[in-house]
Structure formats: C-alpha cells, structure tokens
Design a protein around this ligand. Structure first.
Ligand code: NAD
Length: 293
C-alpha cells in the first residue's frame, strides 16, 4: 500500500509556486493576489480561510481578507463582490461558503466575474470544465487530480466510483474522471444518498472517491483488493484526549481499508492540504491570464 501524502505533494506544489513568483518578480510582473471574503465567524470557515491566507504568504502571493458581519445584507455582499470584480490588484477571489441563510449562495456565486472565480464554482467555469475547455477547476477535485497524476496512478479505462454529489466535490469529480484527459478516461459511477446497494458498486471499483461527510463510512468489506481510495471527508469528532477537544476523521475506515488498498489518502494529511494549494494554482493561472486570455 502506498500512502498518498498530501503534506509532501502540497509542499512540492508550494515550492513550484514560489519559483513561479520569483520568476514573475524578476521580470517585473504583477505578483498574484488572492482575496477571500468571510461572512460571519463560523469556526470551520475561519480555519479554512486562515489556512488559505497563510498559504498565500508562504508562496509569496499578495492576499486580502475581507471580514463581513453575519448580518450583512445580500445587497451589501454583492456590492463587495462587484468591487473585487473591478479591482485590478485582485487577480482572483473566493467567497467562503456556507453563507448565512438569508443570502442566496447561487446569486453570490453567479455575481463573481468568471475570470476571477478561482474556486471554479461559477456556472460558466463548470460548463467550460465539462466541455474540457480552459477553466478554473474547483480546488478539491483539482487537488485530487494532481495527487493521482503525481503518483502516476493509471486511470484510463478504470472504473471510478464517486460517493457524494455536491457541487463542490462529488459532481465535478465525476465529470473530471470521465473526461478524455490524462487523468480521466474512467467509466464513472456517481453514488449518492438515494443509491441502492452502494456496496455492489464500490466492490467493483478500481478507484473510489469518497465525499459524503460520514466518519469511517467506507469499510474494508465494501472495497476490492488493490483499489485506489481517495478520502475527502472531514468531520470533527469529539475527543477529550485532544487539546482542541476534537479530532478530524475521514469518510474511510482507514485502518482496515488501507490493508486492501493499493493507494490511499490519510485524513488529516491527504486531500485537505491539496485543496489549498490548488486554489493557489488557480490564482496563479488567473494572474497570468492563462484561462481567460
Ligand atoms: P455535502 O455535505 O454537500 O453532501 C454530501 C453528499 O453525500 C450528498 O451528495 C449526498 O447525496 C451524499 N450522501 C449522503 N449520505 C449518503 C449515503 N449514505 N450514501 C451515499 N451517498 C450519501 O458534500 P461535500 O460538501 O462534498 O462534503 C463531503 C465531505 O467532504 C464533508 O466531510 C466535507 O467536510 C468534506 N470536504 C472536504 C474538503 C477537503 O478539502 N478535503 C473539501 C470539501 C468538502
């Protein structure tokens, strides 16, 4: 079994990004700049945004964190987005989800200029991705693709089962794995909460990508010998032995599934770290105008 090491792989990518920033600086070009909008003070969102800003600093990008009160009106948020759309200093920006209930996420996402939508959530980017045109690929699926590529995992002709159909992970992942690209060309089965006899699909899968948010959901009896297992799940589970009072658990029962897997991502230390570096890579693409010329 080979551990798909998100720490090592994301560090490799960060080193590549640092080199890219150095080259831009030497040529007198514009340093990539990512802005993040955080509405309210949800604990998990705070952590995610903080790690995105920290990663920007690490690779030498500029960053701006815009904090807005949880009671802000939808209109005020849309005005902030409009300002960022027009700000020439900002190459790309994200609005951290989830948003408070009184704000429409769809409206917010659709108000972001597609060429600055480095999260890749705008329908134009999703459509371009599905058509295999240049697009910002959502960060978590993009991170998974890179993990598969950097570990030379053959995907062509394989059966890939994706569990979970969210707009940010499962659905784009299923599209990406079926595309006619180097990492792709799979026969894909997309499973979700209404799937019956899920095990019948997972047991036949060469690659299983699990993104449903149920701790240790995928057990050894559900996978075949030699399968590639990608665990996207991140759930905080109470643990009084930890200083924080909780530990992070994935959607895969790692101890038993790792005995059968050929490759597997750990949690923590797997996909989560790749997500942040993929966002940085999209920001570099935005700064270099390589997606939208
Ligand atoms: P979600 O929470 O929006 O939706 C869950 C999905 O799981 C749904 O599509 C649902 O149909 C499916 N599902 C629920 N129960 C099921 C069952 N019994 N069988 C099959 N499918 C079932 O999904 P999400 O936002 O993609 O999040 C999934 C998990 O991934 C969460 O733990 C989240 O924290 C984590 N996540 C991690 C990263 C990362 O960077 N590693 C990024 C995003 C999400």
């Amino acid at each position: 079994m080979v551990l798909l090491d998100g720490k090592k792989t994301s560090q490799e990518i960060k080193n590549e990004l640092k080199l890219a920033v150095d080259a831009i600086r030497q040529q007198g070009g514009k340093i990539p700049h990512l802005a993040a909008v955080l509405v309210g003070n949800d604990g998990a969102s705070e952590t995610y945004v903080a790690s995105k800003v920290k990663s920007c600093e690490e690779v030498g990008f500029g960053s701006t964190l815009i904090r807005l009160d949880a009671n802000i009106s939808e209109n005020e948020l849309l005005q902030t987005i409009e300002r960022l759309n027009k700000d020439p200093e900002v190459d790309g920006f994200i609005v951290q989800l989830p948003l408070p209930k009184h704000i429409s996420e769809n409206k917010v996402i659709e108000s972001i200029a597609p060429e600055k939508d480095v999260d890749g959530f705008h329908p134009i980017n999703i459509g371009r991705m599905a058509k295999n045109l240049p697009a910002y690929i959502p960060a978590t699926p993009y991170g998974i693709l890179q993990m598969l590529e950097r570990y030379n995992i053959e995907t062509s002709g394989k059966h890939c089962v994706v569990i979970g159909r969210s707009n940010i992970v499962g659905s784009p992942m299923s599209i990406l794995m079926a595309r006619n690209t180097k990492i792709g060309n799979c026969t894909v089965t997309l499973c979700h909460s209404k799937t019956q006899n899920l095990e019948e699909f997972t047991k036949k899968a060469d690659i299983v990508i699990v993104a449903l948010g149920k701790p240790e959901f995928l057990t050894a009896n559900m996978v075949k010998e030699g399968a590639v297992i990608i665990d996207v799940g991140i759930t905080r589970v109470e643990d009084s032995s930890k200083k924080s009072g909780y530990r992070i658990v994935g959607d895969v029962c790692f101890d038993e599934v790792s005995q059968k897997a050929s490759f597997i991502t750990p949690v923590p230390g797997g996909v989560g770290l790749m997500t942040v570096t993929s966002l940085m890579q999209n920001t570099l693409l935005a700064a270099q105008k390589r997606v939208y010329q």
